[in-house]
Design a protein. Structure first.
Lengths: 137, 546
């Protein structure tokens, strides 16, 4: 089989320094992570976490499918099943208790685009300002 | 925010190499922000004088021009005493104060009582050292203050920050190259989360939730009315869950059951919820409580932008597809919204970014194309010809000052919980170099030293209680109890012990920490609580802790 290799420039997922990383991928597996020389914040440097701390993405604890609680247990479900259940429950609870009975903890580990949409969702679809990000997970 | 109208580091990393004095205050930069510390290290080679202000004699003190061992939670007394010296000795920048600030007299009156001798009693820092560092900071041509959670994770964290900002206003060390106030962010997108309006009191791009112009803009772009009441920050949401005022919670990429202060309380209020949705990359203690768990893509799989501690908006790009059925975080939010009747049709992260640009004048000039070509850009960046902004608040030095920067006096208050006979030691918490937060990610290392939790304690305190290095002990606060090992360490001052929160499955440190909260920011007092430590018999295995 041909070896498929590529290099992707991205940003470290740990602290707020935002070091630029070059990720080397071979056949859909990361083989090496190193500092990205042209990054204007980190100038090619990275610490032990950035270079070696990414093994978790291959962890057996990764979530690979939606889970729904049935009879007290979390069991696998399709996306459609999971999303339909959320929409039904959210809509019913909103009708019963109003929008301020909702809250969202958004992620300071995810992207700007995620945080933007989470805010838009809570403010326009649910109708509350109960949203916060930034905690120590 | 109250002072300048923005919440972000005012300077850039490279400036740390080209300043004269850096006060590193409540920040273990070397272990928590190693690459920012490399900038400081190069600065020190260039002649920068670094002053480390921290309760613990952390490794970076070895490179310090001076180390001030401040007692935990007494930072305001120290900062106010420095202000007192700067005023008493006529070292203020009066021209700047008159030109660009207001309420100086209030501040002057407030710090009058904080003589160095008075502050020495509170902080443990010798009065002459306070004088020396006050003079050093005030008389430097360029000077910068960097801080992290050692300042903010207290019940009065916001006031701690004000006390540092006041020093910069007093001396004019703000709004110039090399003179900055830099909160260093602990997580990769703390800055962006706030900038994007994932806050109870801010809309996108820093608009206040009740700013009429910002509201009008959002409602026009979003095509729907938005709520008028200010929302609840995370700690108030937990309170509302306790009272069953909040019934449904949507948690994205967080593990509050293990990361928040007073873990037993957090677990209890989560059990009150009628419906919990958790979206994450890994199974966590929080996800195990959920009614629905949604699999998200993570680092090296995500597409979009994040914003670092020098306000630089950078691109994260997918190198991998992500496991199984996992979807991008923003795609999942859109999927839920559309199931509930919204009609969103973003085809890519870039399309979302294009909408953000319309709402936030500070980001209007930043496009994916520009980032790809020029590298990340520092906000504010007003249009596509704007180069971005290396340091903020240069307006304070211009003829067009605009809104003047306000002194906000703050007063020393002891930590919400202080040691007593029953709980004689103070516990403070933090991170260690190779590990990160609740260890959901970093416990997968193969070869690192000290891959377990331990309680660090001063040799004399250890001797007093007859603890030996490596011995198993039970650590108990008013809220909970964990078993861990003793690690004797000269980094610790007497009376103060240290644990990280990286290994909650071994020893869940946040079962001990205090839920007492800064009323202004909603940050819990992770940095100080009272504990007692007892020997456990040899037959007690560490696993009994949970």
């Amino acid at each position: 089989m041909d070896v498929q290799t590529k290099q992707v420039e991205t940003i470290c997922s740990f602290c707020g320094t935002g070091c630029g990383l070059t990720v080397e991928v071979e056949n859909e597996k990361i083989t090496k992570v190193k500092g990205h020389k042209e990054n204007p914040s980190s100038h090619g440097e990275t610490c032990v976490k950035g270079a070696l701390g990414w093994g978790y993405i291959n962890s057996e604890r990764r979530l690979t499918e939606p889970l729904i609680r049935k009879n007290g247990k979390l069991i696998p479900a399709s996306w459609n099943e999971a999303l339909t259940l959320i929409a039904e429950k959210f809509s019913a609870l909103k009708a019963q208790y109003g929008p301020d009975a909702f809250g969202c903890f958004s992620s300071s580990r995810s992207t700007n685009e995620l945080n933007y949409l989470a805010g838009k969702f809570m403010r326009t679809v649910i109708g509350t300002n109960n949203i916060d990000s930034c905690n120590r997970t | 925010m109250t002072v300048f109208g923005t919440g972000a580091a005012t300077g850039s990393y490279d400036e740390l190499e080209n300043t004269d004095v850096i006060l590193v205050w409540g920040s273990n930069t070397q272990e928590c922000h190693p690459i920012i510390f490399n900038h400081m290290r190069r600065g020190i080679k260039n002649g920068v004088k670094m002053v480390v202000i921290d309760p613990r004699k952390i490794d970076q003190t070895k490179l310090a021009h001076k180390y001030l061992p401040v007692r935990v939670g007494t930072d305001i007394a120290l900062a106010n005493a420095m202000g007192n010296v700067i005023i008493e000795e006529g070292l203020v920048n009066l021209k700047f104060i008159q030109h660009a600030t207001k309420e100086f007299q209030l501040y002057k009156d407030a710090v009058k009582q904080y003589t160095p001798e008075y502050a020495e009693k509170i902080t443990g820092v010798p009065a002459d050292d306070i004088r020396e560092i006050a003079r050093l900071y005030a008389t430097a041509e360029k000077a910068t203050i960097c801080w992290t959670l050692g300042i903010t994770e207290h019940h009065n964290g916001t006031e701690n920050v004000f006390s540092l900002i006041n020093l910069a206003l007093l001396t004019g060390h703000i709004g110039k190259y090399g003179s900055a106030l830099n909160p260093l962010r602990g997580q990769n997108n703390v800055q962006g989360g706030g900038d994007m309006g994932a806050l109870p009191n801010r809309l996108v791009g820093g608009w206040d939730y009740d700013d009429p112009q910002g509201r009008e803009l959002h409602q026009r772009v979003w095509g729907t009315p938005i709520p008028e009441e200010m929302g609840k920050h995370q700690t108030l949401m937990l309170d509302a869950m306790e009272k069953k005022e909040i019934r449904a919670l949507y948690v994205i990429g967080e593990n509050p059951v293990q990361s928040d202060a007073d873990g037993n309380y957090v677990q209890k209020v989560f059990n009150n919820l009628e419906f919990l949705v958790v979206q994450d990359i890994l199974m966590t203690k929080t996800a195990m409580l959920a009614d629905v768990v949604l699999p998200a893509t993570g680092w090296a799989e995500n597409d979009g932008t994040i914003t670092n501690s020098e306000r630089r908006i950078q691109r994260v790009r997918p190198a991998l597809k992500g496991p199984g059925l996992a979807r991008h975080d923003h795609v999942i939010v859109q999927d839920i919204a559309n199931k509930m009747g919204a009609n969103w049709s973003y085809q890519s992260a870039e399309e979302i970014w294009e909408e953000i640009r319309i709402l936030a004048p500070n980001f209007a000039g930043i496009t994916y194309k520009r980032i790809d070509k020029e590298g990340g850009l520092q906000w504010p960046c007003y249009d596509e010809n704007h180069q971005g902004t290396t340091y903020l608040h240069s307006r304070l030095w211009s003829d067009q000052v605009g809104m003047k920067a306000r002194f906000v006096p703050s007063h020393y208050q002891p930590p919400a919980e202080v040691p007593d006979q029953e709980y004689p030691l103070t516990l403070t918490t933090g991170r260690r170099l190779q590990f990160y937060n609740t260890g959901v990610q970093t416990r997968y290392y193969k070869k690192v030293k000290n891959a377990e939790e331990a309680l660090e304690i001063h040799p004399d305190d250890a001797a007093l209680f007859e603890f030996h290095d490596g011995e198993a002990v039970r650590v108990t606060s008013r809220r909970g109890s964990v078993v861990t090992k003793i690690r004797i360490s000269k980094k610790q001052p007497r009376g103060l012990v240290f644990m990280s929160f990286h290994f909650p499955d071994q020893a869940n440190t946040n079962l001990l920490t205090n839920h007492a909260t800064d009323p202004l920011a909603g940050t819990a007092e992770f940095k100080a609580c009272a504990v007692k430590i007892e020997k456990v018999g040899d037959d007690t295995s560490l696993s009994e802790a949970h």
